[in-house]
Design a protein around this ligand. Sequence first.
Ligand code: WQD
Length: 338
Amino acid sequence: MNKTVLVSGGTGFIGSHTAVELINAGYKVIIIDNLSNSEKNIVDGIERITGTKVIFEQIDTCDIKALRGVFDRYDFDSVIHFAAFKAVGESVSEPLKYYRNNLISFMNILELMKEYTRHNIVFSSSATVYGDADVLPVTEQTPRKPATSPYGNTKQMCEDILRDCCAAYPVTHGIALRYFNPIGAHPTAILGELPRGVPNNLVPFITQTAAGIRKELSIFGNDYDTPDGTCLRDYIDIVDLARAHVAALNRMTDGKMTEKYEIYNIGTGKPLSVKELVERFEAVNNVPVPHKYAPRREGDVPSVYADPTLANKVLGWKAERDIDDTLRAAWKWQQSLS
Ligand code: WQD
């Protein structure tokens, strides 16, 4: 069995943690990344944690010529595709940048997988495809809602492209993992999230506020129809999320897929409000996070959380890390940066 895997976007937040878990599970990892939103030294971090040398090439997956070289040089049968832009707000102001990057990179990978007879692909999808779901928790059967941002639309479109390629090409087997809200850092504090500029996501904003880099956190909206008025989300530990990719890949490489294209929710199934998360962070880390309530942020859904039963049963994967440990890891990582 070929246990070599190409990881596109492998120096990003989710990609780097996944590379570590893949290596720990006995896979050989080839990372490609254009370093547009990450640093080369993240490869050193992966090597330090695993004690294993990693192949890294600085390549843009939109550059099909360069990507072809990777397919020529390396013998892998599986790909995990993370490489994508992910800032929701930026995607609204620069839609073409998002459509061009996120769609072309994915189509290039699928094209070359077909040409070079490489079988398995895991795609990074998102709970964003559910939008403001009518029924919670969401299962994989919950209808997708029209995307509210070009970023979200690229996730839906890539899912559809993957579905159609799996149907059309005998060689192509795909799994889409719909992530809920990935947070935390590696417990060693060697890897974590490295947002450039002012963070859009909640936990990096919390940790930077606790560290004094930001004056105050704004909690967007306290008048939602939720128990405490703030939004509910399903926060998934980054190491748990990384392990979900290993479980998906194991299913593919063991030849256990029953459909050519499968979809799994990757979340805890336990909703937390923004207010609860902030208070929990303060309590477990014994550090204040100055915060105030601010108007709702455009595009936010009041509540979304997973029914992860399918992933639990079929992938044999479940979220295991305690939220308090996750929030401790996030703080330890932030402190390691100063
Ligand atoms: C979580 C909650 C905010 C910042 C997005 C994408 C998703 C995925 C993760 C991208 C919300 C509130 C946030 C702040 C706040 N992909 N918040 N103050 O919006 O659930 O999901 O990021 O990489 O596809 O849609 O995540 O972390 O931005 O927000 O009050 O300064 O925290 O309103 O309720 P979101 P988030």
